[in-house]
Design a protein around this ligand. Structure first.
Ligand code: ADP
Ligand code: MG
Length: 242
């Protein structure tokens, strides 16, 4: 069974349809990168998968369970698919450790001491063992994003969705975040990554999806989509960004 499956998704804001009949699935351990121009619907698609947006047509399932914002299972679903945002979205008045531990303790009701230990281990794993008690304002953008990744991992998710996780970072901080993401991929984490980092997509993705104007225009292995794109819209996009 696929971890994530989208079938014929249509999504409108008011009368404007912004996602047109998009279907794809993500298998366990797969890394799927979504590329495409600004406004093409990449964030909206991730938000639909995580139940943060409703959709008007088609179906989305996570582990075979339907994602439907009206359903009572949605809170549980959000604990199974974690999301990492462009702008870290950490709680400003909580330390790095508290940011990571909050969800497992208060949402998943796991034992506090166990969660705190695991949270310390996760922060160490993303290279922040020395910053456990720091507040977000005391951390660089790259460090904050690594806390956000540790927070996502703390929920023991089946998959992590990343929405342009390095776009808000100073260029010299991009590499440390990509390195953490690459190590997660190597360990078999299932990931959907919206990114403009073509080097990362080329080296880490199992599949690349090109979205344009709400349409899934092309998909395939990175060396095909990025090096030998078949569709003129993909060719044009890659010419403009590379
Ligand atoms: P991307 O992430 O690829 O830049 P988005 O998913 O943010 O694209 O946006 C896709 C389209 O949906 C754009 O035309 C955008 O203006 C529109 N859109 C996104 N969010 C909203 C919203 N909350 N209300 C109305 N339109 C929206
Ligand atoms: Mg976006």
């Amino acid at each position: 069974m696929s971890i994530i499956e989208l079938r014929n998704i249509r999504k409108s804001f008011g009368t404007v349809e912004v996602i047109h009949d998009v279907s794809f699935s993500v298998e366990k351990g797969e890394v799927v990168c979504i590329i495409g121009p600004s406004g093409s619907g990449k964030s909206t698609l991730l938000r639909c998968i995580n139940g943060l947006e409703t959709y008007q047509g088609g179906s989305i399932a996570v582990h075979g369970q339907r994602v439907d914002t009206g359903s009572s299972a949605i809170r549980q679903l959000r604990t199974r698919v974690a999301m990492v945002f462009q702008r870290f979205n950490l709680f400003p008045h909580r330390t790095a450790l508290e940011n990571v531990a909050e969800g497992p303790i208060f949402v998943k009701k796991e034992p506090r001491e166990e969660v705190l230990k695991r949270s310390r281990d996760l922060l160490t794993r993303v290279g922040l063992g020395a910053k456990i008690d720091a507040y977000p304002a005391q951390l660089s953008g790259g460090q904050q994003q690594r806390v956000a990744i540790a927070r996502a991992l703390g929920m023991k998710p089946d998959a992590i969705l990343f929405d342009e996780p390095t776009s808000a970072l100073d260029p010299e901080l991009v590499g440390e975040v990509l390195a953490v993401m690459r190590s997660l991929a190597d360990e078999g984490m299932t990931m959907v990554v919206v990114t403009h980092e073509m080097g990362f997509a080329r080296e880490v993705a199992d599949r690349v999806l090109f979205l344009d104007g709400g349409v899934l225009v092309e998909e395939g292995p990175p060396d095909e989509v990025l090096s030998r794109p078949q569709n003129p819209r993909t060719q044009d996009f890659l010419r403009r960004i590379l």
